[in-house]
Every structure is written in C-alpha cells, then in structure tokens.
Design a protein around this ligand. Structure first.
Ligand code: PLP
Length: 411
C-alpha cells in the first residue's frame, strides 16, 4: 500500500500542469527542427518574434535603479501608499467610479481572485463564471471547499449569452442568497472576448433588480488581468464608471494584475480594488483582505510596488512606459488580425475575438486535435471545449500560417 501523509482535504490527483508540459515539448521540437519550423502558441506571456520574453525596458530600468533597501524591505500588508494610488490611477484611467474605493495589494491578480472567493462565499457555495474560463478559478474554489458553476459564454448566434448568465445568477441567488460572479473582461482568457458597454448596462440592470431583495448579497469580480492590451486608448475602461452609485448589496471587486500590463509576471504583484456606494462595505473588505493576506502570503513584492509607483507618478517615465506598451499592443493587434483574417479565408470557426492574448477554436476532441497538431510542430493548448491559440506568443508570419493547418487537422 502507498504511504500517504497529507490530510484528506489536501489529496489531489498527481498531475503536472498540461500547458507547461506542451510548452516543454515545443522547446524540444525547436531544438530538433529549428525555431522557424515550430509554432509554440502555448504561453500566456508576450513573446517577441524571435522567441524571447518581452520585458519592458521602462519597467526594468526603473526597477534596477531602485536602491537595494527599497527592494529588500517588507511592504505593508495592504501595500505601500504610493503603489495603491498608482494601481487605482492605472486601472481606472479617467473612468474612476464615483464610489467608495479601497485597494489592497496581492501577489498578482491571482491573489485578488483568492480574496474574492474566500471572503465573499460560504463553505460549499458555488461561484459563477462563463463556461470558457481560466482553470485556476476552479483550483482556487475547490481548494477551499467551494466550486465553480458556469453559464454558456455564447448563444447559438455567437452573442454573449446574457440570458444564460442571468438565469444561472438567479438560480444561485435563490439557493445561496449570495453570489460571486467572476467576469474576466476585457480580453477574456481564453476567448479574447470583451464585454461591451451595452452588455454591462444589461448585466448591472439585472443585478439592480435582484438587489431589491435586500437579503441578496451580490459580488462581481472583474478580473481585468489583460486590460492594458484591450481596445484603443481607454475605450475598454469606460465601463468602470458604471460602478458609481450601485445599490449597497452590490459590491464590485476589480482584480488588478501587474503581470501583463507591466510585464512583471515573476515579480508577483497585483491588487484587489473594492468598490461600493457604502463606506462600511469597503472598510469591511479592506480588513477581511488584510486578514487573508496575512494568513496566506503576508505581504507583496516591495520592489514591484516601488517601480509601479515611480513610473505612474513621473510624467516622463509614464510617457516612456505608455509608448512602449502601446507598441506591443499594436504588435498584438497585428498578430490577432492576421490570425482572424486567415481563419476567415480558410473557414476555420473561431469564438468571437475582441482583444488580448488568446483566440479560441471550438472543436469536439481538443486533446486529439492538439496531439495531431504537435505532429506538425504546432503547439496549442487543448481545453475542455476547444483549442487555445496564444497570439501573444506567435509572430505575425506564423499567425498567418496556423489557421490553415488547424483547419486541416480539424477536418
Ligand atoms: N486572470 C486570468 C484570466 C489570467 O489569465 C491570469 C494570468 O494568467 C490572471 C488572472 C492572474 O495572473 P497573475 O496572478 O500573474 O497576475
């Protein structure tokens, strides 16, 4: 008999992360056949055309100029004041809701998801998200005795399925009297969908009605991990202003991540931003998160906080950063346009893409399709309902080639 030492709740299947496994195979193929013969669309990070990781000079020059002590020191659990102000400025731009707002630092956007799920659900509750979703939502929920319920992301006509979202939300409110709804928008992982302003109006209108039952406690977590790569200027941030004057039993948490927006993946920095029309609701949020922060990771990465604060508060630095980021935003747009227009030409069905790092291809046997594509040296991530192609990681030339190859395999 196998010896097992972990406690009952800590027993999980022994499996490695499938994305990293496929990425490792892609690396092997590169060594064997040469990088130009391999399309590695597995990674969720911005990659240069030559295969190297994009790390903004404006960010790392600033980071390296920090004095050692300000990198080495502990940060306060809630984050440094300069960082918290900078997070709100960067996140909202000119669309700051007119509401009570309190922000707490987290190690990446992942920490904000953990805060929301842990602090706003009861044991056994279900959180709601779309049926195409980032799998760590499930990992985070199941780790703490919660689970994930899903609504259909798109309807038969390919529109965002507000009807099913409302239906599922209502069911959960009826049974639990509280709801955490996770909306990863704009630039959803894995589909690239961004909820439109009109759709936001409909979602908020629906929840305002639901909030008339004062026993309903509604929390919307906006996971905005990819927001800096969405839309032109601030068009994809306008929806934030809609969180002004919400009923007191609708609470919004925005998950901010420095991983993509500042290319700080490994520096682990992010924040949870609480938004409410009631001061006591955001105060309560703040202290609940401080407690959870202390219990889970203590505090965040000081050097990352100092860097973000410094860039945001220095006009010249901010200008350089914005310019650099916008160049990569354009690069990403070009790659995605190439993939989408080629897919159209060859008749490859895609889910509606609007912005961001990923495009999804629905198919009936994603696992087998991914294996077949590997034989052609094309590495994509198989999901439950299709394949995820990371345009963030593939050059424009290769984004033009891939759709035809994928279409052939799916045939
Ligand atoms: N949310 C989504 C949908 C993501 O894809 C990611 C990262 O891949 C995150 C949140 C958070 O990332 P991090 O914890 O690195 O900020």
């Amino acid at each position: 008999m196998l010896t097992s030492m972990v406690a009952e709740h800590a027993k999980w299947p022994a499996k490695s992360d499938p994305i990293f496994m496929i990425a490792a195979k892609a690396e092997e193929a590169k060594k064997k056949f040469g990088a130009d013969k391999v399309i590695n669309s597995t990674l969720g990070a911005l990659i240069e055309d030559d295969g190297s990781l994009v790390a903004f000079n404006s960010v790392y020059n600033t980071f390296k100029e920090l004095d050692n002590a300000s990198i080495a020191a502990y940060a306060p659990i809630e984050g440094t004041k300069g960082f918290l102000d900078a997070v709100e400025k960067n996140c909202f731009g000119n669309n700051r809701p007119s509401a009570h707002i309190k922000t707490v630092a987290t190690p990446g956007g992942t920490g904000a998801v953990k805060h929301a799920v842990w602090n706003y659900t009861n044991p056994g509750d279900k959180v709601l998200t779309s049926d195409w979703y980032w799998s760590p939502y499930n990992t985070i929920a199941e780790e703490i005795g919660r689970s994930v319920e899903t609504f259909k992301t798109f309807d038969e006509e390919g529109n965002y399925n507000l009807k099913n979202l409302k239906q599922k939300a209502e069911d959960l409110l009826n049974s639990q009297k509280r709801l955490v709804l996770i909306l990863n928008t704009p630039a959803h992982n894995p589909t690239g969908y961004s909820i439109s302003d009109e759709e936001w109006d409909e979602i908020l209108g629906f929840f305002k009605k639901e909030s008339e039952d004062k026993d309903n406690k509604i929390t919307i977590l906006v996971d905005a991990a990819y927001i800096e790569f969405a839309g032109e200027e601030e068009e994809r941030k306008k929806f934030f202003s809609k969180f002004s004057g919400l009923p007191e039993n609708i609470f919004v948490i925005v998950g901010f991540s420095a991983s993509k927006g500042f290319t700080m993946y490994g520096l682990r920095s992010g924040a949870a931003i609480g938004i409410s029309s009631k001061k006591e609701v955001v105060e309560e949020f703040f202290y609940a998160c401080l407690h959870s922060g202390r219990a889970n990771w203590s505090n965040g990465t000081r050097g990352a906080m100092e860097t973000i604060a410094k860039i945001t508060n220095n006009e010249e630095l901010k200008g350089t950063y914005e310019k650099e980021k916008n160049n990569y935003k354009k690069l990403l747009r070009k790659r995605a346009d190439a993939f989408v227009s080629e897919a159209e030409k060859v008749g490859l069905e895609l889910l509606p893409y609007r912005d961001g790092f990923f495009i999804s291809i629905p198919c009936s046997d994603p696992q087998r399709a991914s294996e077949k594509l590997m034989e052609k040296n094309i590495f994509v991530v198989p999901l439950k309902k299709g394949l995820r192609f990371a345009v963030c990681a593939v050059s424009e030339d290769k984004c033009k080639i891939a759709p035809k190859e994928i279409k052939e395999v799916l045939k």
